[in-house]
Every structure is written in structure tokens, then in C-alpha cells.
Design a protein. Structure first.
Length: 200
């Protein structure tokens, strides 16, 4: 996390560091991103940057945290709407898409974090995935208890499907797709591929 000297900067200078770092980490994965490029774009010395952050990883994780902090502000609206699990998930994906549209660079920062092959990020990705899986499991267990979801399903498998499908939905939402397509995809997840009574 940033050193106190970073927070002591005047707000415009602090925001410039953030903006230039967001641009670099949205453009390239961690292992290819250049701290020197960020420093150059900020118009400061590398020594100054080390007064604000321990190293590139420290700066990177701070930017990733900022991206997810902003995304949480969007998706919180999904849980505030109430309704059953499928209503909440539909709004969750919609708000995730809105976040991606309004903050495309932060969205790319988040994507590149998950796609990075850097060994130094492995533990951070695993912790992030575990935290998200726990939150989803609690959400799913409540839906199972209320009879909204089949109690016989494996929560880990359900999370895997929704996580994988959701990421692709958000990344390709605007490529000939719309809100109706989102509903149709979630309908497949909700009802599965088996023949439905109304079709027989």
C-alpha cells in the first residue's frame, strides 16, 4: 500500500500518479508494464516514486484495489434491489457492464490482473478468488435455504459456471448483445438444458 508520503502529495499530483499508473496497467499485464514509463509520464524521478511506493508490485496492487473499489460501488446496487438470486445476478452483471463502460481503463486493469501469468501475483489472485467464492457461497446457500436453487448442486461448480460466463458476458456485452441476451443466458443457467414441461 502507498506510503504516507504519497497521501501527503497535493491532490492533483497524487491523481496524476494514479491516472498514469492506471493507463499503464490497463495497457499491459503486470509482467510487461513498466514502472519507468509511469514515472516518465508523471514527470517525476524514479526515486520519488519509491518514496510513495515500495516497488512496482506495491503500486500495482494499489491500482487494482482502486479498480475493485469502484466496481463494488456499482455492483452494490444489485444487492440493494432485493429479489431472488436470479434477479440479483441479472442486475449484478448489468452493473458490472455499466462499470466497464464508464471506467474502461479500470475494467482492463481488473481483467489483466486475472489474466496475468506473473508468479508474484499468484497468491493475490488465489486470495481474491477465494474471497469471491466465499461471498458467492454465502449468497447461494441463502438461495438454497429459501428453495430458489436446487440444494443438490455443488456450490463450487455453480460459482465456476457463473464466474466464467459472467466474465464473458461483461467483456462482450456490447457486441451485438443487449439486456435481452443477458436474460436469455441467465435463463439457460437457471433452467439448464433439459426439456421443460411446457415444451413436452
Amino acid at each position: 500500500m502507498p506510503k504516507q508520503t504519497f497521501f501527503n502529495l497535493e491532490p492533483p499530483k497524487r491523481q496524476r500518479v494514479i491516472d498514469r499508473a492506471v493507463e499503464e496497467f490497463a495497457r499491459l499485464p503486470f509482467e510487461q508494464a513498466s514502472l519507468s514509463k509511469v514515472v516518465e509520464d508523471c514527470g517525476i524521478s524514479k526515486g520519488s516514486m519509491y518514496q510513495y511506493f515500495e516497488d512496482k508490485l506495491d503500486l500495482y496492487l494499489y491500482i487494482v484495489d482502486l479498480a475493485y473499489e469502484e466496481k463494488r460501488r456499482f455492483v452494490a446496487q444489485a444487492f440493494a434491489t432485493g429479489g431472488d438470486i436470479f434477479t440479483v445476478l441479472e442486475e449484478y452483471y448489468l452493473q458490472s457492464y455499466c462499470f466497464a463502460q464508464e471506467h474502461p481503463l479500470l475494467h482492463q486493469v481488473a481483467n489483466k490482473f486475472w489474466d496475468s501469468k506473473a508468479e508474484v501475483l499468484k497468491e493475490h489472485r488465489e486470495q481474491g478468488l477465494l474471497s469471491r467464492a466465499r461471498d458467492f457461497a454465502q449468497f447461494l446457500n441463502e438461495a438454497m435455504a429459501q428453495g430458489e436453487v436446487n440444494r443438490g448442486l455443488d456450490p463450487e461448480a455453480v460459482f465456476f459456471v457463473y464466474h466464467a460466463v459472467g466474465k464473458d458476458l461483461i467483456d462482450h456485452f456490447d457486441q451485438g448483445r443487449n439486456g435481452q441476451f443477458l436474460k436469455k443466458v441467465l435463463d439457460v443457467l437457471r433452467l439448464g438444458l433439459t426439456t421443460r414441461r411446457e415444451e413436452m
